[in-house]
Ligand binder design. Structure first.
Ligand SMILES: [Zn+2]
Length: 114
């Protein structure tokens, strides 16, 4: 189901799925935003020194955006094959970021703070 909300990206005429109404983004711009945010968080967490509170925030981001993406892409709106592939790729990015977060945490020596 699509809404009448316009995508907040300048000049974009893309339809905003109901599941993405809160962020005012069409599927394309939502996936681009998530990819972008994930890349940034990936850089932020790569050394395994991310504070616990921030890690919790990132884990929540991954879960929330994965859910929004799942709801939007299974809501029955028409998606071109290219967009379906993009959605799958964004899921992969979210999963990999989550996995890397755990790996980074494991590298962190316990009981030692730097
Ligand atoms: Zn858009």
């Amino acid at each position: 189901m699509a809404t009448h909300t316009a995508c907040s990206e300048n000049g974009c005429k893309g339809q905003v799925p109901a599941a993405l109404e809160a962020v005012h983004l069409c599927m394309l711009h939502f996936t681009l935003k998530v990819e972008n945010d994930c890349a940034q968080m990936r850089r932020e967490t790569v050394y395994g020194k991310t504070p616990h509170a921030r890690q919790v925030e990132i884990i929540r981001f991954i879960a929330d955006h994965g859910e929004m993406l799942a709801r939007a892409s299974t809501s029955g709106i028409h998606l071109a094959d290219e967009m379906k592939a993009r959605v799958l790729n964004t899921f992969l990015t979210l999963m990999n970021l989550r996995e890397n977060l755990d790996r980074a945490a494991l590298r962190q020596p316990i009981g030692r703070s730097s």
